[in-house]
Design a binder for this molecule. Structure first.
Ligand SMILES: Nc1ncnc2c1ncn2[C@@H]1O[C@H](COP(=O)(O)OP(=O)(O)O)[C@@H](O)[C@H]1O
Ligand SMILES: [Mg+2]
Length: 399
């Protein structure tokens, strides 16, 4: 087994970052070469793959996410099974890239979130208001099956310190993108959309981050419903482009309390999952909207919640010069075009323009977070998560 102290002495490490987001579309795996740590971190992407979930697994995970269908025996078993699938994702990327297991020093695994209850959450079923979050994909299984030391479960330490446990990527955004001249925004459009703003002053404490609301989650949910599962997302945003958004419904939806909250704030499937999306679809149908008009309306909700958040909470103090977009939403041309149109004074670009792959960015972030933990560096940004102190994140598992 690799000794953690030996690892620390290496100036170059090969780390695999693993991530499956709220879209539950597959496990993203990135192999990166990392030099240094903290502000000296340099990272090179060697390989990236998305390991698709075997048929039926996404649905099983989605069932775990909801209080009325998430049974404790299923959660127990799926924690191990998802751990096994994360290990398979590692084997898959190693095979595809021709890299040998022995060349990998460390794994950083985010796991699969099945529930996230930060402070502001107010779901009907909740009796206690103890903030909590649950990521499954047992790291002991990953470490055992791959033979590689694994660091996982990064969110809980931040939450134990009073934070939201998210967004964690903001710290990595700070390490990689901070600019002394320009204010940079990093918008990740996954199932949920989140934005990190790095003001041009380069100060650690002025980084501002939040989830803005749904990203692709509601769009995916209604397309799946409309097509009875034959389509699971709006490829390149084509259906939205063919439809027309119905603004009166969007205006109504924009009244949701989450959109009124200032940063930091986070959300998830508990608030904007299937139940929410089906209510929206029902409202679209009541208003007589066609399928594509409904998709256009939910797509526009994502767009306007991002833009409104920026206008309301960011623009006055820190007008964004460049907004780098990552996550699957970068492939939705309707979203990208509308953001560009509405954010007239901001250059809206895929993060690929900066040299970091939009699809791989989150997986890369968890590889870097693992490296930070290995070096004993704190990995949360209290200004982004609301935690009372900086924390070293994650739990080590030896193979
Ligand atoms: N070619 C595409 N066109 C439009 N949307 C896409 C495309 N590829 C991926 N997406 C969207 O991105 C989502 C996955 O994004 P991802 O960044 O992996 O999110 P998460 O982190 O929540 O898993 C898909 O569910 C889909 O909605
Ligand atoms: Mg994904």
């Amino acid at each position: 087994m690799k000794n953690f102290f030996e690892l620390l002495k290496k100036d170059k490490k090969f780390v695999i970052g693993l991530m499956s987001g709220t879209s539950v579309d597959g496990i993203d795996a990135a192999i990166v070469e990392i030099t240094g740590d903290g502000l000296e971190t340099e990272v090179d992407l060697i390989a990236f793959e998305t390991y698709p979930f075997p048929s039926g697994v996404s649905q099983r995970i989605l069932a775990l996410c909801q209080p009325d269908t998430g049974r404790v025996d299923d959660i127990c078993e799926m924690n191990f099974y998802i751990g096994h699938l994360f290990a398979e994702a590692v084997k898959y990327i190693l095979k595809k890239s021709g890299i040998h297991t022995n060349d990998i020093d460390l794994i950083g695994s985010h796991g699969q979130t099945i529930h996230h209850l930060p402070k502001e959450t107010n779901t009907d079923h909740n009796l206690s208001r103890y903030p909590s979050t649950l990521q499954i994909g047992e790291p002991a299984v990953i470490a055992h099956e791959t033979g590689i030391p694994t660091i996982a479960d990064f969110r809980v330490a931040d939450m134990a310190a009073g934070g939201q446990g998210a967004p964690l990527v903001s710290y990595i955004d700070y390490l990689l993108f901070c600019d002394s001249v320009k204010t940079i925004g990093l918008l990740n459009i996954g199932g949920i959309a989140n934005l990190t703003v790095l003001p041009a002053d380069g100060m650690f404490d002025s980084v501002c981050a939040a989830d803005t609301g749904p990203g692709n989650m509601c769009i995916d949910a209604i397309i799946t419903e409309i097509t009875a599962g034959t389509e699971r997302y709006d490829k390149a945003g084509q259906r939205a482009a063919q439809g027309t958004a119905h603004q009166p419904l969007i205006d109504e939806w924009l009244q949701h309390p989450f959109f009124q909250l200032p940063p930091p704030k986070t959300t998830g499937r508990e608030m904007f999952g299937n139940t929410y999306a089906m209510k929206c679809l029902e409202a679209c149908r009541k208003s007589g909207l066609s399928d594509n008009n409904s998709i256009a309306t939910l797509t526009e909700l994502t767009i306007q919640t991002i833009v409104n958040y920026i206008e309301r909470f960011i623009a006055a103090q820190n007008p964004i010069d460049t907004l780098y977009v990552s996550g699957g939403g970068v492939h939705n041309r309707t979203i990208m075009q509308r953001l560009d149109e509405l954010l007239a004074d901001t250059s809206v670009e895929p993060v690929d323009n900066s040299g970091i792959s939009a699809d791989a960015k989150e997986a890369i972030a968890f590889a870097i977070l693992a490296n930070e933990t290995l070096h004993g560096n704190a990995g949360n940004l209290p200004s982004a998560t609301g935690a009372s102190v900086r924390k070293v994140l994650g739990k080590f598992v030896c193979p």
